[in-house]
Ligand binder design. Structure first.
Ligand code: SF4
Ligand code: SF4
Ligand code: FES
Length: 216
């Protein structure tokens, strides 16, 4: 039995390994789908950012491509009215809880939110949803980097890197829903928990929440 399937994405015929997730197959074939929380090595994606929607022929509503496996004969569209509406709403909600100040952000010009806005034709500014006021304390205890939660998009990339690459177990999440936020044990400063500034988490952060001090 073949380990490959043939599917169509945006009218292009594509071959992919069985079991692969649609998001990565599209990206590897230069077909852009917005995404923040997907981790290729993670077999059970949490699909939390709600940005990677696509339409699949025969399914009654859009699905998240990071959690959907490719199938033989699948016909996929990465854009449609419904997909665009979902992505726009997800993006605007995300920005409503984000300290949006690109000019003074260390991630300016290398930020995934900027890429998503550009590629999807979205505006990088607060729109329908009233911005949420937060009062997060900056954690600049590690020698090389800092964590500014006001720019965190809760993607989980740092937590995954901290556990699986650094094997440190310093980072995690607390609270649920809109109040979910990346944290450390007992909210202690990262340096007090044995963080040795290996910076795997910083390299994984797609925005300006975890950043090198020298860039700020
Ligand atoms: S994280 Fe990105 S979108 Fe947010 S302020 Fe920084 S550069 Fe701008
Ligand atoms: S700090 Fe960065 S990598 Fe970690 S959850 Fe927030 S945005 Fe994602
Ligand atoms: S990348 Fe799929 S939900 Fe975030």
């Amino acid at each position: 039995m073949s380990n490959q399937v043939t599917l169509t994405i945006n009218d292009r015929e594509i071959k992919a390994g069985k079991g692969n997730k649609l998001l990565w197959v599209a990206l590897e074939n230069d077909i852009y789908i917005p995404h923040l929380c997907a981790i290729k090595e993670e077999p059970r994606p949490n699909a939390s950012c709600r940005l990677c929607f696509v339409e699949i022929e025969g399914r009654d509503k859009p699905v998240t491509s990071c959690s959907t496996e490719v199938e033989e004969g699948m016909v996929v569209k990465t854009r449609s009215e419904r997909v665009d509406r979902l992505v726009k709403t997800g993006f605007e909600l995300l920005l409503s809880d984000h300290n949006l100040d690109c000019r003074n952000c260390p991630a300016n010009r290398s930020c995934s939110l900027q890429v998503i806005a550009k590629k999807c034709g979205l505006k990088l500014r607060h729109q329908r949803f009233t911005p949420i006021e937060r009062d997060y304390e900056l954690d600049d205890s590690p020698a090389e980097f800092a964590l500014d939660r006001s720019r965190c998009v809760r993607c989980g990339q740092c937590v995954w890197a901290d556990r699986n690459e650094a094997k440190a177990g310093v980072l995690g999440f607390k609270n649920r829903g809109i109040d979910r936020i990346v944290t450390s044990f007992n909210d202690q400063p990262l340096a007090d928990l044995g963080c040795n500034s290996c910076a795997h988490c910083v390299d994984a952060c797609p925005v300006g929440a975890l950043y090198y001090k020298q860039k700020a």
